[in-house]
Design a protein around this ligand. Sequence first.
Ligand code: UDP
Ligand code: MG
Length: 340
Amino acid sequence: MVLGSDVSGLTTTAANAAAQGLSIVVPVYNEAAGLALLHDRLSELARALRQRYGLPCEVVYVDDGSSDATLAIARALAPDALDVQVVSLSRNFGKEAALMAGLDHARLGAVLFMDGDGQHPPDLVEKLVGHWIDGGFDVVYTAKANRDNESVLRRLAVHGFYALINWGARQKIPEDAGDFRLLSPRAAAALRQLPERNRFFKGLASWIGFRQVRVDYEPAARAHGVTTFSPGRLVGLSIEGLTSFSVAPLRFASLLGVLLASAAFLFGLSILWETWTTGKSVPGYPSLVVGLMTIGGVQLIMIGIVGEYIGKILSELKARPIYFVAEHSVKRVETEVAAS
Ligand code: UDP
Ligand code: MG
């Protein structure tokens, strides 16, 4: 039995890389207002890429159960300079699932992930493609050049999150890398092979290895509407990322337990010592209550952490599909073909 996976056959040299083409995956959830504009920019981009590298492109719009006109608008988009696929999920499965659906439907070699709200500048894509075709990199990821518009509290939280998730990890997840990234054919193939249902794309894309390179960019303001990621949802995503990607919280729990137990032991010793030397017993009611509450609280937190992991095991065990496709269409640049 082979326990590893060989994707070396998909190695790209500058000469054959361009021939394999690029699939641009765009998850869209209630993005009706900006979709047509985005599509125009992507068509322009595809023309530039074809001219410069002879690179054929397609775009895969994954409608993540939008409740507005997103799907209708996406269906009507013309395959002007690039093929257009529209994959409509049966309900809102969340961005990670939408990205996975896009990755599964991408038919060309390399895959680029990009938000549908205009925050990921299409102008930058040529540079990302250059790193892949000319530079021979497999994972070209981007990071926000600054976080000036975010609160100190949020930046601290982000910092703490990465410190925890990378604690003791052999392959570190780069801090503040975004979902705007390009994968070479073999990196995309590797990502497709990961079997887990709980997906944390940033982590997985880093975990697969290969040659990775970072590109900094200034994120644009959202073209319209507001972010769909509320603080609550971000906390959820962080817990999801942490528990599906690292055992650091469990290790942290054990460490804290050891620390608390040692402190209690030392405290016990000091009481013994005091009683022995002074002959008085200490009236320790307050310290008793504090100690009890600390241990009780810490235990509840730790049980919660363990519970998160057990929930994860349950959902992996159920092995449900990550998403359902309700509708799928492909439009090619010259001829129009509708499928299923
Ligand atoms: N998105 C999605 N499903 C969701 C939420 C968001 O496919 O359940 C898409 C959304 O349409 C956008 C991208 O994910 O293209 C990023 O979402 P958003 O701009 O709300 O997040 P932020 O940029 O604030 O991280
Ligand atoms: Mg956004």
